[in-house]
Design a protein around this ligand. Structure first.
Ligand SMILES: *Cc1c(COP(=O)(O)O)cnc(C)c1O
Length: 387
């Protein structure tokens, strides 16, 4: 039996929720989308939630809603999935990265501060910064927000890994330290809708803009229409938007999964505690937790500290895969991707992210992972790193 690094957990209630929608009058824009939006908004304590096709489209319309366009600069972390930076390129903006903190693997506040000082002197300050809550652990948002106030940039939190996580005692997603927070509901993430994403904001104007960009730039709201409505059939296109709408089928799965969010996160934290204890004496780095955070543990990244071919990352990775433990690596730093190298980035630009990448392995971490499987994983890692 193979053990993946992550997978969904779908129960009979989840299945029934989807079946109910299939038998109902609406498959696309019915009553289930607003129910899912309300479930996410009330969980995180954010005012407005906008459901979309996936986190990638959420990031895209978040940038558009903040007015990102040609000539603008957007910064994010190199230790992320490519979508966190591609969203700025979609808008014609320029992307740059801020190296990570060696302990949290999140965007370093110190490096951000240094880079802002330099950027200000060159007149090239970023319009938007996108911190990424790697593995489910929040970035140091209070400090990043203070810099945003000082230097005048806006913040999109890429919380694709972090629904159910907490920061300074409050849920990730309440937008206390940012303009927009985005979530992903891909099957490996904390909860799933198959494909799916959400943008959350407390700003009513951003809410309007996000909804416009989600659906072709079209509105039926007479308050927003430029001219006078010709009748109940009439709508106006007032911006260039996309079709990024979620379906009611996906939203039904989302509503049902939201009922299980606490249970999922508790299980993930219990597994993390178990790994912390069982792996602590091995020559590997374990995911350090900042005292201000409570991670949702989307990932449990270990670092292989041995430098020999026999105990280095590649060797440990191969040994685990050979016994059907399908570990993975998160992330090859975005700036080392061929597409980004063509944009002018080079290996060596963000050394902390590159060092982390050279050592990292994401070991199995998901709510449905059984205690027996966790023991199998622990034993396999112990024998792999001991050679
Ligand atoms: C998964 C992920 C995304 C993209 O999510 P999709 O829903 O698959 O579009 C973006 N950013 C990060 C950090 C992710 O892990």
């Amino acid at each position: 039996m193979t053990i993946p690094y992550g997978r969904q957990d779908i129960n009979e209630q989840d299945i029934q929720a989807v079946v109910d929608v299939l038998k109902s009058d609406w498959l696309t824009q019915g009553p289930t989308i607003p129910r899912f939006e309300e479930a996410v908004a009330s969980h995180c304590g954010g005012k407005y939630a906008i459901a979309v096709t996936n986190a990638t489209s959420a990031l895209h319309i978040a940038c558009l809603a903040l007015g990102v366009g040609p000539g603008d600069v957007v910064w994010t972390s190199p230790n992320t999935f490519v979508a966190s930076s591609n969203c700025a390129l979609y808008c014609g903006a320029t992307v740059d990265f801020v190296d990570i903190d060696a302990r949290t693997y999140n965007m370093s506040v110190e490096k951000l501060r240094e880079k802002l000082v330099l950027a200000e002197s060159k007149g090239r300050l970023p319009k938007v910064v996108i911190p990424v809550h790697f593995a489910g652990q929040s970035c140091e948002m209070r400090e990043i927000k203070a810099l945003a106030d000082q230097y005048g940039f806006r913040i999109i939190e890429d919380a694709s890994h972090a629904i159910g996580g907490r920061y300074l005692g409050e849920p990730v997603g309440n937008c206390r330290y940012s303009d927009i927070v985005i979530f992903s509901f891909h099957p490996v993430k904390i909860i799933t809708t198959a494909e799916g994403g959400m943008a959350v904001t407390n700003n009513p104007e951003l809410d309007v803009r996000l909804r416009l960009f989600r659906s072709h730039g079209i509105t039926r709201d007479t308050e927003l229409m430029v001219g006078k409505s010709a009748g109940a059939w009439d709508y106006e296109q007032i911006a260039l938007g996309y079709n990024y709408r979620m379906t009611d089928i996906h939203a039904a799965l989302g509503v049902s999964q939201m009922n299980r969010l606490e249970e999922f996160c508790e299980r993930r934290r219990a597994l993390a505690a178990r790994y912390n204890e069982a792996l602590k004496d091995l020559p590997i780095g374990l995911p350090w937790q900042h005292p201000d955070t409570e991670s949702s543990f989307h990932l449990y990244p270990i670092r292989c500290l041995g430098s020999n071919a026999s105990d280095g990352r590649r060797a440990v990775f191969d040994k685990l895969r050979a016994v059907d433990i399908i570990v993975n690596v998160h992330y090859r730093p975005v700036h080392t991707q061929p597409y980004y190298q063509k944009l002018g980035f080079a290996v060596g630009d963000f050394p902390v992210a590159e060092q982390f990448y050279s050592q990292a392995i994401s070991i199995p971490m998901f709510a449905a992972l059984s205690d027996d499987s966790a023991i199998t994983v622990i034993n396999a890692i112990s024998s792999a790193v001991r050679g």
